[in-house]
Design a protein around this ligand. Sequence first.
Ligand code: ADP
Length: 774
Amino acid sequence: MRYHKILKKINELYKEMAGKTDLELQKYTSVFKEKIKKGVREEELLVEAFAVMREADRRVLQLFPTDEQILGAIAIYYGNIAEVKTGEGKSLIATLPLYLKALHGQTAFLVTTNNYLAHRDYERIGNVYRWLGISVADGSQSNEEEFDIEQKKIMYSASVIYISNSTLAFDFLINGLAESSSERYMPQLDFALLDEVDEILLDGAQMPLIISGAPKIQSNYFEVSNSFVELLIQGKDFEIDEERQNVWLTPKGIEYAKQYFSVNNLLDQAYFTLYQHIIIALKAHYILKKGKNYLVEEGKVKLLDHKNGRILEGSNLQSGLHQALEAKEQVEITQETQIISSITYQNLFRKFSSLAGMSGTAKVAESEFINTYNLPVKKIRTHKKSIRIDHKPKQYVTFKAKIEAVLKKIIDLHSTGRPLLIIAGSVDASELLSMHLLDKGIPHNVLNAKNSSKEAKIIKEAGRVGAITVATAMAGRGTDIKMEHEAIERGGLVVIITERMLNKRIELQAKGRAGRQGEPGETYVFESLEDDIIKLFVQEKVQKYYDKHLLSSSEVRSRKIRKSFYQAQKIAEEKAENERIKALQFDEVFLLQKRMIDKSREEIIRLSNINEAIVFFETHARIALDNFFFKRKSANELQRFILDYVDYNFKKNTLESEKEEIISQVNYVLNLVKNSLYHKRKQINDDETFFHYLQITMLKALDTIWSEQVDALNQLRVVVESRTTAQKKAIFEFETEAQRSYKLRQKEVSKLILKNVTLSTIEIKKEELIITFP
Ligand code: ADP
């Protein structure tokens, strides 16, 4: 109601705006900015600013935002997710709230799910901001080979930025690894409007974005663990909780492993790595499925994105799981790399002070949006009434009966010349359907992760008279299938969904391809008791019915059984939500520790001169020495320490006697440290450069320690989760162990600072300082 009132005011004021000259209209931006400076609240400018932008949209883009679009824009401004159906013009809606938010002088982000979309929207829309005197940048235009900080600085100084979620995340991570304040470019994370918000915050939420560094020392357990788990019997040696994607060894399995690897106690700390490799080998074999979770292509394991079935290029599973899959598939085992820094989208976007979103499918997940992100969903009605016909799902007992019904429907509809889009649940299922169609001599295109290079061409053809396109969920979100005029006359696109999907949103997105902007269209759904989701979640409930009707090819009539399709989907959705909540809880522990590391990084970056840097270093050197001399050390131990942390060339004969007081031993080493520092300074022979040297080597120590900690935490998580099925307990255990390991590693920080500063070697090439860390 309140929004309609605002709309009315905008409509009234709009008439006035339409009568203004370009120049008069453009002047508003500086007037608004001035008002904000004088303390006028942003909200008070809403009506005026939206009226101005609406007219600017009309003059610059030749698109006049409809009343529905204005309502969507108001909802977004007030921190909601606007549910706007496909084709209703989300990009245009975004101009209004982004303009208003940009008046503050802080950055307003429009976040898309890929670079292509960011670039496309920037090209289509960007001019309207410029016309009104608001700077706008295209975040997809970065130099892929070489990260260019100057370019980033320019981009991030714009008021409105169109950017993909992954570019934003990586830029955020790299900014966090800056070696000095001059290398920073990230503005305050103030306002972000997320396009396809459910894809970003729900489906893609847990996927960590990772900056990886040097290869880790490769474990040689992958192959042996793989051979070992191939001998195991499910139920006897190990158990699977497929719902929770968890595996563990039974006592029998543990006994077997002890024999196989000739170890006396597999659960002992000493065999932690081995145990962990067995668990990940089990996961690779029994949880991850080829054709669904990954593909093998050109001798490489490639992950599939579960939300749209696309190949996740350049993305690997962490904590050795990728290598375990490679062992299972007998392809070359790649190097595991160390994680330098990582973040999930969940956590990145929680860092913004205000968020809003848009999507065609958000209402069904509203409770989670509210609980996790405090984002309510407002449904915006379509401009033209939707005349799409959605048929009730047809449900069969067996896969075979279902496929026969699907084929019959395809043949019937194909004869009318209407374009058909057939949606399959996985790459394998799409290929199977394609084979059946070939059998019947029906020409068609297939769009799945294996031929995504032809995507644009296939989608272009999909709206023609007589076209049949078999696709995975790839053809869902964001794909605009333009209808040939004659195809519309024949009744428009028909979407045929061929199995019960993991969540309602995938189904709605697929259906949304048909009947856009008031066009005619139709959707059908076919499913069977042999669909994956039924087998996973409600098998027991339907087993009796299934056994009894195994040979029936007619539709399921029992209400109870029909309901189970819906229940299976509900369970799958709840499970996915639980996983996301759990991921947040685990991440919370990471974040807490990361915050402490970041605080220390900040202290180092903020050091303003060489004297401060030396004092900082000496404090840490002192802590390292105090820790070391906590107990009296033998002459040998002392010598080892000096060689490892202070001076490679230290000669034993200069060492003071063992009988010395600890205090004079400490002072003795401290002098060596100061001496070493003095030599470094002399060698570099330039205070500015020496200051920089200190900062870099000390930051490097923090980054190294954090990288080790991330690794340890990731492994710990795998183990904790496989040890217990109770979620609460797992998180509690994780927290306790994580804190313990952090405390230990904290001590390492001072030691590594000492070592990095004293033992790094330097070279000055063409006035550039090159540091080799010990
Ligand atoms: P969505 O992202 O909501 O699916 P888009 O932003 O891609 O939709 O817009 C779909 C199409 O509708 C585009 O071609 C766009 O130019 C057009 N469009 C959007 N708003 C309007 C409008 N108010 N008047 C006319 N055409 C519009």
